[in-house]
Design a binder for this molecule. Structure first.
Ligand SMILES: [Zn+2]
Length: 284
């Protein structure tokens, strides 16, 4: 799932290519994606795209005061290209979910791979009134160390859970939380309100460092290369069984039904392997 730094890279590119251009067509190919009936998505046609922004893991396309808000979920992505006169109407069975065509020939496709569909699209004049947006905590990259300490102190949940909880702080998901916890040398299962002041500061620094580094690495990387570039930046995430880049130890994993997380026992848990059973309890 795209997280804050990838979405920031997406925003930059969409802004550069699409802002100032008028929509010629707005096709919702996968109907289940569209979560609102009013205003109709077609009401965006003939409007000019006036802004592209991000809130948490949501992407906002603004057209003269009306917004298309999307959440890409686990397997959603975007493709920026050109429309051609010879193009046939898109197939309903493929990965294409939404297609935006612009008068200058630009085309933005929202695609979703796989069977588990989670992508969502809302059309609204007031994005802040959407429940999913209202629930979001502050953007994690602008949270001060004092505010960060307050958020952690308010919960006994595990760090992995707190960092990825969008209602606490918005923007971090499964991948970068693994990298941030590894950077801070903290266990994903450590209780948030049991950290020392030093550990809180280390974690806050790790959040800012990792996000800045990823953002820098993704600058000017084309949309179709962002996922691969992201993967190349992982130290522990998705690297179970491989050598930890810090200590050379073996990266370990806790996996459950639809997700997994990776960590280095030497760097993060005093050599201790975390058990699946604890993870199961944590998820309840
Ligand atoms: Zn290590």
């Amino acid at each position: 799932m795209p997280e804050l730094p990838e979405l920031d890279a997406v925003v930059d590119q969409l802004r550069d290519r699409l802002v100032g251009h008028r929509l010629r067509d707005f096709q919702v190919v996968a109907f289940s994606v569209l979560k609102t009936a009013e205003p109709p998505h077609m009401s965006l046609v003939e409007r000019e795209l006036t802004g592209v922004s991000r809130r948490g893991k949501f992407l906002l396309l603004e057209a003269e005061g009306r917004f298309a808000v999307t959440h890409l979920a686990l397997a959603g992505w975007l493709k920026l290209g050109e429309a051609h006169l010879s193009d046939r109407p898109p197939a309903r069975s493929g990965p294409l979910a939404v297609r935006l065509d612009f008068h200058d020939g630009a085309r933005l496709d929202l695609t979703e791979q796989g069977k588990r569909k989670g992508m969502a699209l809302w059309i609204t004049d007031a994005p802040d009134s959407l429940k999913r947006i209202q629930r979001l905590g502050p953007e994690v990259d602008v949270v001060t160390v004092e505010e960060f300490a307050e958020k952690l102190g308010a919960t006994s949940s595990r760090l992995k859970t707190v960092l990825t909880d969008q209602t606490v702080m918005a923007g971090i998901g499964n991948a970068w939380s693994d990298e941030i916890l590894h950077r801070a040398k903290l266990s994903p299962f450590a209780a948030a309100n049991k950290l020392t002041g030093e550990q809180v500061t280390a974690l806050h620094t790790a959040v800012q460092e990792v996000l800045t580094e990823v953002r820098d690495a993704l600058t000017n990387v084309p949309l179709d290369r962002i996922k691969a570039t992201k993967k190349s930046l992982f130290g522990v995430h998705d690297r179970a069984g491989q050598a930890c880049p810090e200590c050379g130890g073996t990266v370990a994993e806790v996996s459950y039904v639809d997700r997994s997380m990776q960590y280095c026992p030497i760097c993060q848990t005093g050599g201790k392997k975390l058990s699946d059973r604890r993870m199961d309890r944590l998820l309840k």
